[in-house]
Design a protein. Structure first.
Length: 420
């Protein structure tokens, strides 16, 4: 990649579009790159990485920008203060008058900034996390502000983790077994894998380790009747289907046609034949009601604020609000109550989110349990240990609580419950 004024102008234009926060950052960048096909792989990498660095650290970078937090200044500050570029490397684009400002921007230590600015969080979110995590809030925020590693999940129907690790090593892709997930592999870098034979053959899927652990908490068995109630593009469906050894029946429900469509090619690669994707109108669709009391396991991977995934989706902290969270909480309660009706006596219901906010997690399950005395919480750490997931310490209220600083995964909450 050659750093030129033209390349910098692309980063500026892309960042200006991102800072409108109208659409998810991934979608904004994909759109920008489709409109500018002349940008090569390395140039796109530069634009994406620099813009994401700004989204991660928007508040502290703005504070360094001395009253002019324009896309240009934010990008220069990100390159100089965060990505370690020097003035010589920046010379193709910097103006004479900017060098003094950049030096001051880098020298700022931030001790005088409010804690929410240091943590690069909006005030409302900082306050909520501070109320929950107290002295650990700053460490959590720092962990959320670092890019996530690339995790893979091995498809146990087709291969083993050892075989995949051996193949990756043979291809000079540095990788190691994940700390917790028996099927997880963490890569040292982020190679493009879409054309790799392991991926094409369905031997691996890209999936955060935390997300994998939710499948082990559902722990479906061979021959069971199971529903992944909010299946989306099926990240967890594929794992559940494999844990069922492609037997029984696994419904993949979702309201979003497009997401279920994205599940189809993944299903084709996976070798699974027990998955039934079903588009539903809402959680109270007649297709759902027909299954009342019939299922052994139901996973509700609820639509949520996604604030546990800020490492990958840093724009979410600027796009969510107290109001959007309140709307999600109402939806989560309605979906959980509807999904619970499918569970048969003795069956298991798992409520999960990739949010860190108590109101989307403890708040939703507490209200559910109060209204549904026939459901009782199960200890997540014990279930996981029986599934071969070692080392997860028990958390408050029997739930599974994962965070980037404690587990190196995205932030997740999950509670398994049994119907009496
Ligand atoms: C957290 S995402 C699911 C991610 C998916 N389980 C995975 O592992 O890749 C939540 C999903 O809930 C879906 N959803 C939203 N409202 C729903 C409803 N009322 N009933 C079922 N699914 C719903 C969304 O379309 C979205 O795909």
């Amino acid at each position: 990649m050659k750093f030129t004024p033209a390349l910098f102008a692309h980063a500026e234009a892309a960042l200006a579009a991102l800072l409108r926060f109208e659409y998810p950052a991934d979608a904004v960048l994909s759109h920008y790159f489709r409109e500018h096909r002349q940008l090569g792989h390395a140039d796109r990498g530069f634009v994406a990485e620099t813009c994401f660095a700004v989204l991660r650290r928007l508040r502290s970078l703005s504070a360094r920008c001395d009253g002019d937090a324009s896309p240009r200044r934010l990008l220069l500050a990100a390159l100089f203060c965060l990505r370690g570029w020097n003035l010589r490397e920046l010379a193709p684009v910097t103006r004479e008058a900017e060098t003094a400002w950049l030096a001051a921007a880098k020298a700022a230590k931030g001790e005088e900034w409010p804690a929410a600015v240091r943590c690069d969080l909006p005030d409302w979110l900082y306050e909520r996390l501070q109320a929950q995590f107290g002295a650990d809030t700053e460490a959590l925020a720092m962990a959320l502000n670092r890019p996530a590693p690339l995790d893979l999940r091995v498809n146990p129907l087709q291969t083993t983790r050892e075989a995949v690790l051996a193949r990756l090593a043979a291809d000079d892709i540095a990788a190691e077994a994940c700390a917790y997930s028996p099927l997880g592999i963490r890569l040292e870098e982020k190679p493009a894998l879409a054309k790799h034979p392991l991926f094409v053959a369905g031997d691996i899927e890209v999936q955060d380790e935390g997300s994998q652990l939710l499948g082990f908490l559902v722990a479906p068995k061979r021959g069971e009747m199971v529903a992944d109630f909010c299946a989306g593009a099926g990240g967890k469906t594929l794992l559940l289907g494999a844990l069922m050894r492609s037997s029984g029946r696994l419904y993949a429900f979702d309201v979003a046609e497009k997401r279920l469509a994205n599940l189809k090619p993944r299903l084709a690669r996976s070798g699974l034949s027990n998955v039934h994707p079903v588009r539903i109108e809402s959680e109270s669709d007649a297709k759902v009601k027909r299954l009342a009391g019939k299922l052994d396991r139901v996973l509700v991977d609820a639509p949520c604020s996604g604030l546990g995934t800020l490492r990958r989706n840093p724009d979410l902290k600027w796009r969510q609000s107290p109001q959007s969270v309140a709307e999600l909480v109402a939806k989560q309660g309605a979906i959980l109550a509807a999904a619970a009706r499918l569970v048969k006596p003795g069956g298991r219901l798992v409520y999960a989110t990739c949010s860190l906010l108590a109101e989307e997690n403890d708040g939703v399950v507490q209200a559910f349990l109060a209204a549904h005395p026939d459901f009782v919480p199960l200890p997540a750490a014990e279930i996981l240990a029986k599934q071969g997931v070692a080392g997860i310490a028990p958390a408050a209220g029997e739930a599974l609580r994962l965070s980037p600083q404690a587990h190196g995964s995205d932030g997740f909450f999950a509670l398994a419950m049994e119907r009496r």
